[in-house]
Ligand binder design. Structure first.
Ligand code: FES
Ligand SMILES: [Fe+2]
Length: 396
């Protein structure tokens, strides 16, 4: 998150993406740098380095690197050694947008123009972010985000049924106008990934109306989940390595006076740093302590006995094991989107290996800020594919 690089008074921030250890820092001129964490000399971590005049200096022998990874000083060597070295440490181009820092990890020559994420349609948009570490494989987490059916069970205490017009956010719950636990799923592949609708019977007028929740998968790591009456919702799932994932849950509203303030959003999710999470966003409720599950609360009617919607999800994802064997699954009709996701990603990986563009990058592309999920009660005659669809989307 951008706030991490900004807040710590020049302290370099450690990060790990796709199995690579990185260090993020803002230099004395305010420029952002993202370097390989380990010093080019003999591998000490630059995260402990001194953030000096226009560069990061390794504590061990004092080699200094600028934001581009160029060695600008080597005090342990003879004068002029830095210039003679002719070598750079690993560095990645970085951009800031939508509350995050973004790096391009592909070949430099193929770098695309930076595009704002779906939750940053304007600079004024209010963006609140929950960040939480998940100790399991990325696909386990992503499949949770595109699985609309589980919300009627796993999150039933936090998302109770009520006679409301649509999903309504209160200080402690999201009310839902349906008691239907077995949604019918309909799926549509798109240029950016896919979207699908979970169609449920509403409490009011079930003969004429339907309750629709649409979810969009923007390949390869963003999911737009159905909004409520106060804010829009996106999840961004980032592989740290094969058995660790960083989970981000973004609540946003284009009107900065609306939406939900950052600290309130973190409290709602039981994901406040220092209370529910340590300073590395690791959960105080975790697999080792059974997520502090309260069986007495369950006896009183709480479905999970686990506090916080994302921690309830984490308990399911992490309890599958670090990388679960999917050949043992017994999928049902409500797993349609999950099955399609697996097929789509395997096919995309294969095509990419054969030289095709990465999934979601082929032209023509729809700007991500024009994509939106939908939630609401509509007449049965309404085609869900038109709900929240961007003008640029072909109507099928
Ligand atoms: S290991 Fe960094 S300067 Fe020697
Ligand atoms: Fe969930």
């Amino acid at each position: 998150m951008a706030e991490e690089a900004a807040a710590r008074d020049g302290t370099p921030v450690r990060s790990r993406l796709l199995g690579e250890n990185l260090v993020v820092f803002r230099d004395s001129q305010g420029r952002l740098g993202v370097l390989g964490e380990h010093c080019l000399h003999r591998g000490a971590s630059l995260a402990f380095g001194r953030n000096e005049e226009c560069g990061l200096r390794c504590l061990y022998h004092g080699w200094k690197f600028d934001v581009e990874g160029v060695v600008v000083d080597m005090p342990s060597e003879t004068p002029g050694a830095a210039a003679r070295l002719g070598k750079k440490t690993k560095s990645y181009p970085v951009r800031e947008g939508g509350g995050f820092l973004w790096i391009w990890m592909g070949p430099r020559g193929e770098m695309r123009e930076f595009e704002a994420p779906a939750w940053a349609p304007t600079r004024e948009t209010r963006i609140s972010i929950v960040k939480m570490h998940a100790a399991c494989n990325w696909a386990q987490v992503l499949e949770g985000s595109i699985d609309s059916a589980h919300s009627s069970s796993l999150h039933s205490t936090n998302m109770p049924s009520a006679e409301v017009d649509g999903a309504k956010a209160t200080g402690s719950a999201w009310l839902r106008p349906s008691v239907d636990k077995a949604p019918r799923l309909q799926f549509e592949p798109t240029s950016y990934g896919f979207r699908y609708a979970a169609i449920r019977k509403p409490i009011r007028n079930p003969e004429t109306d339907q309750y629709i929740r649409t979810t969009l998968f923007i390949a390869p790591f963003t999911v737009l989940i159905p909004p409520n009456d106060r804010y829009n919702l996106a999840q961004m799932l980032i592989p740290i390595d094969d058995v660790n994932t960083m989970f981000y849950w973004v609540a946003w509203h284009p009107d900065p006076k609306k939406g939900i303030p950052q600290e309130e959003w973190r409290r709602f999710c039981a994901a406040s740093v220092g209370v529910d999470l340590d300073e590395n966003y690791r959960k105080k409720r975790n697999l080792e302590n059974r997520y502090l599950q309260d069986r007495e609360a369950m006896a009183r009617g709480d479905w999970t006995g686990i506090q916080g919607i994302p921690t309830q999800d984490m308990a399911m994802w992490e309890s599958m094991g670090p990388i679960t064997d999917r050949s043992r699954d017994s999928p049902g009709a409500s797993d349609l989107a999950v099955a399609q996701f697996r097929r789509m990603m395997l096919a995309a990986a294969k095509k990419f290996q054969e030289g095709a563009p990465a999934i979601g990058t082929a032209e023509p592309r729809i700007p991500h800020v024009k994509l939106a999920s939908f939630e609401g009660i509509v007449p049965k005659t309404t085609d869900w594919r038109t709900l929240g669809a961007a003008q640029e989307e072909p109507v099928s």
